[in-house]
Ligand binder design. Structure first.
Ligand SMILES: [Zn+2]
Length: 269
């Protein structure tokens, strides 16, 4: 093989490694991801801005639930990722879990492990187990890089596929807006912004496993979604209107339950 050919092959394999990866747990192939380091930098700026504009609740039972669930799930996930060849995916993650005083039914996790819960979702969570359901689901979105896929799509649709750093430089406001939409950030959305059905079912499946790894019984997850669905009434939260069949969601979770239970280690055992 000529030297040039070897170099080309090496370059190509680096390129493929960079552009095509697989989602942990599900093994789904991902292409055209944006540089995660750039998204993490954006996340840090956006996260700090959200925190500075919000009323943070840092003491009391609710804040403790959010921090507990966050710390238990993130350390279980970190351990799993490091021992299954995915350490790169969480490199430079610096987890943070904050509870924001806001009636919006929302929660999200930005790349880098920046998590926010809004008090509006807590009544549906009911207790720390319910918080763990949402926490597992949101962390799953981040680990699976769903926001990255959405941001990449957004740049393609709205800015003709320009590189992220160029978009940030030339159209900072629009880029920031895209970012916030991609990660479901913001109280003004009124409801938890839904990801696509494909992303939702992937996050549901991974979320069950993540909470189980941390010692939370994954059977709490279908219960949470049933409560969310019951909350509907005459004006169901948007998350339900865009996922018109919450029963199917619960059904899928019950199907994935046996897989999740393989990871379940009850706390203290
Ligand atoms: Zn979701």
């Amino acid at each position: 093989m000529s030297k040039i050919k070897i170099t080309l092959t090496a370059l190509l394999s680096v390129f493929l490694l960079e552009t095509c990866t697989r989602v942990p747990i599900t093994g789904r192939r991902q292409t055209n991801l944006l540089p995660e380091t750039e998204l993490m930098a954006m996340a840090l700026t956006n996260y700090n801005q959200v925190l500075s504009e919000s009323k943070i609740i840092s003491t009391g039972a609710n804040a403790t639930s959010v921090k507990n669930a966050g710390e238990r799930i993130s350390s279980a996930v970190t351990k799993y990722m490091n021992s299954h060849g995915y350490s790169k995916r969480i490199a430079n993650y610096q987890w943070q879990f904050n509870l924001i005083d806001d009636p919006t039914v929302n929660a999200w996790c930005m790349p880098g492990g920046k998590v926010a819960f809004y008090t509006g979702i807590l009544p549906i969570c009911a207790d720390e187990n319910g918080v763990a359901v949402v926490m597992g689901h949101e962390i799953a979105h981040a680990i699976a890089r769903h926001g990255n896929e959405r941001m990449s799509q957004g740049l393609l649709l709205e800015m003709g596929g320009v590189a992220l750093d160029v978009a940030t430089m030339t159209k900072p406001d629009q880029t920031r807006q895209l970012f916030q939409l991609a990660y479901g950030v913001g109280a003004n959305l009124g409801v938890m912004l839904p990801f696509s059905r494909k992303h939702e079912s992937e996050a549901d499946r991974m979320g069950l496993i993540f909470m189980a790894m941390a010692g939370y019984d994954p059977h709490e997850a279908p219960k949470f979604w049933e409560r969310m669905s019951a909350l509907g009434g005459s004006r169901p939260p948007q998350i339900l209107s865009t996922h018109p069949d919450p029963e199917k969601r619960v059904e899928a979770m019950n199907k994935n339950m046996a897989e999740a239970m393989k990871y379940y280690k009850p706390a203290g055992s």
